[in-house]
Design a protein around this ligand. Structure first.
Ligand code: GDP
Ligand code: MG
Length: 441
């Protein structure tokens, strides 16, 4: 992640008054790599880094933070600003029926998103909504939308065979006018690749239906191709916004930045699942965090507050502020992990934890292993727990016997403790948990 990458650069940046061009350029090389790893398209990453470098060079380093924090903050703020600082609602201010046209490549999630938006407008905004499929290329496409209409209890335009997309659009508008619908969603056909016939068809539909919104639906896993796709659609029709689907998967969110840069249009929604309630408003800060790999510190703290006793948390925060981390702390952490839903829940939430995670993954950690680790720590003396350096070969054998484990497992535990205390030291260096929260608050 970026925080890991910047670790070395942070150290070099230490203790200077203003950020020099050389400092910033060194940090920005790492930022650029992090952006590319997050699937930001190359030209977009290049422009972004260029802009941020200009902003950052010469900035005074504040007394209360490290230069590294300052750079991350500048990058984070620039990302949020570029992604669009505030949520943009659908524009449904025209004379009804307002038309929302969905465009994008095949498989990007157009049909699913059409139904999701229809459901949301019906339930949340109390609109009278109709959906119509203009996909005459794939035999089952119109039926797919009809099924989704039944599921969501949203009206769909009755299917008439042999009509062109323009015919269907006209018929949908007419029916909507006659029957007093507020919104008509037009789900258009997509191809596997951008082609001119698709574009012409799309333009013709836009001409006859005069949509209030033309939403480009893009799969968040689209990487370097994102720029081409967005550019092609942008050149042909006046897009009003973007929907990024499959953000529930392990997409790093880079496509959001690419889309925003190329189309200049806001990201209005993100798709977060196959189910029809998997549609959320776009949160720029969250996506910026995902792209930077700085971890969702805020949600970590929120969830920790729910599950951890208050004084336990305070004691831990104090130790962490000092950069201390002994076996008792590791034990507390292991117990918290279990309460917070196992190791997966903690994955990636704290910056600098990647190595600790790798150590855990190496030891094939599951919840049974957590129990073993707890037993091993339980077999240590008080002294050993607060000073793990005491653990020589003889003591390790004793602990393994006492806990019904092996010396190998004891060694793995020690390795994990070491990685975690390194991570804690890094957090301390970055100003502690409070400092981190300030950056993202
Ligand atoms: P279209 O060809 O653009 O109309 O794409 P579809 O709406 O038919 O979706 C293609 C596939 O992607 C389907 O299996 C959907 O269930 C799935 N899908 C759509 N949106 C999302 C999403 O936000 N998350 C996940 N996990 N799957 C999605
Ligand atoms: Mg479709």
């Amino acid at each position: 992640s970026l925080s890991d990458r910047l670790g070395g650069v942070f150290d070099r940046l230490k203790g200077r008054g203003a950020l020099s061009e050389a400092d910033v350029r060194a940090a920005m090389r790492e930022v650029r790599i992090a952006l590319l790893e997050a699937d930001v398209a190359l030209p977009v990453a290049r422009d972004f880094v260029e802009n941020v470098t200009e902003q950052a060079v010469g900035q005074q380093v504040l007394k209360s933070v490290t230069p590294g924090q300052q750079v991350v903050k500048i990058v984070n703020d620039a990302l949020v600003a570029m992604l669009g600082a505030e949520a943009v609602e659908l524009n449904l201010a025209g004379t009804p029926p307002n038309v929302i046209m969905m465009v994008g490549l095949q498989g990007s999630g157009k049909t699913t998103t059409t139904a999701k938006i229809a459901k949301r407008l019906t339930e949340k905004d109390r609109k009278k909504v109709m959906m119509a499929s203009l996909d005459v290329n794939r035999p089952a496409a119109q039926e797919q939308l009809a099924v989704l209409g039944t599921q969501t209890e949203v009206a769909t335009l009755p299917i008439v065979q042999g009509q062109t997309p323009v015919d269907i659009a006209k018929r949908a508008l007419q029916a909507a006018k006659l029957q007093g619908f507020d919104v008509v969603l037009l789900d258009t056909a997509g191809r596997l690749h951008v082609d001119q016939q698709l574009m012409n068809e799309m333009k013709a539909v836009a001409d006859v239906s005069e949509p209030e919104e033309i939403l480009l639906v893009v799969d968040a896993l689209t990487g370097q191709d994102a720029v081409n796709v967005a550019q092609n659609f942008t050149e042909q029709v006046p897009l009003s916004g973007v929907v990024l689907t499959r953000m529930d998967g392990d997409a790093r969110g880079g496509a959001a930045l690419s889309m925003r840069a190329v189309t200049g249009k806001p990201i209005k929604f993100v798709g977060t699942g196959e189910k029809l309630d998997g549609l959320e408003q776009f949160h720029p800060e969250r996506v910026a965090g995902r792209i930077l790999g700085m971890g969702d510190v805020v949600s970590l703290v929120e969830r920790a507050a729910e599950t951890v006793e208050k004084d336990e948390a305070e004691a831990f925060a104090k130790k962490m502020a000092k950069g201390q981390f002994d076996m008792n702390d590791l034990r507390t952490q292991l117990q918290q992990m279990q309460r917070m839903g196992g190791l997966g829940a903690l994955a990636g939430m704290l910056p600098g934890m990647k190595k600790a995670q790798a150590a855990m993954a190496q030891s094939n950690m599951d919840d049974k292993v957590l129990v073993h680790m707890d037993a091993m720590i339980g077999s240590m003396t008080r002294e050993e727990r607060s000073k793990p350096a005491l653990l020589n070969a003889k003591r390790k054998i004793r602990i393994a016997k006492g806990s019904g484990t092996t010396v190998q497992e004891v060694n793995k535990l020690l390795k994990m403790h070491k990685e975690m205390s390194t991570a804690m030291k890094r957090i301390k260096k970055m100003g502690g948990l409070k400092g981190l929260m300030k950056m993202f608050g």
